[in-house]
Ligand binder design. Structure first.
Ligand code: ZN
Length: 137
């Protein structure tokens, strides 16, 4: 299996590493939206958010908050996004789960402003009921 992120974990590929521990590694995205755009990934290979085991997800989220804080405090952006793309339709290009931490600046070039829809009469409840029927805790 060819996976650039596994190669980074195994040090077969170079990356500008920000932090690592037994379970998680964080490094700079080689093609940043803005400079300082960081990634946080589990060292084990999981393809997406849904396939992450809870214990490792907890650690990835904890480290994502710590790296976000470091990005925010060191680079002083106006804001930042924490996002994860799941599936090609959502923009996922490396199928090894990762969070993006993207420093944002007022009027930067990155746009995430969709055309918002309105629910037709009653359909909001239908969508909620469909989703609620699949919530498994
Ligand atoms: Zn991988």
């Amino acid at each position: 299996m060819n996976c650039i992120f596994c190669d980074i974990v195994e040090k077969r590929a170079k990356a500008e590493i920000l932090y690592e521990n037994d379970l998680v590694i964080s490094f700079l995205d080689i093609r940043p939206v803005n400079y300082g755009h960081a990634l946080v990934i589990p060292k084990n290979h999981y393809k997406d958010f849904l396939s992450m085991p809870k214990s490792e997800l907890d650690e990835v989220i904890k480290i994502t908050q710590k790296i976000s804080s470091a990005v925010y405090n060191s680079l002083k952006p106006d804001g930042f996004n924490v996002i994860t793309n799941n599936g090609t339709a959502a923009g996922q290009s490396v199928f090894h789960f990762h969070f993006h931490i993207i420093p944002r600046f007022t009027n930067d070039s990155f746009s995430f402003r969709p055309q918002l829809k309105n629910y037709e009469n009653g359909t909001m409840k239908e969508y909620a009921e469909k989703i609620k029927s699949e919530i498994k805790l």
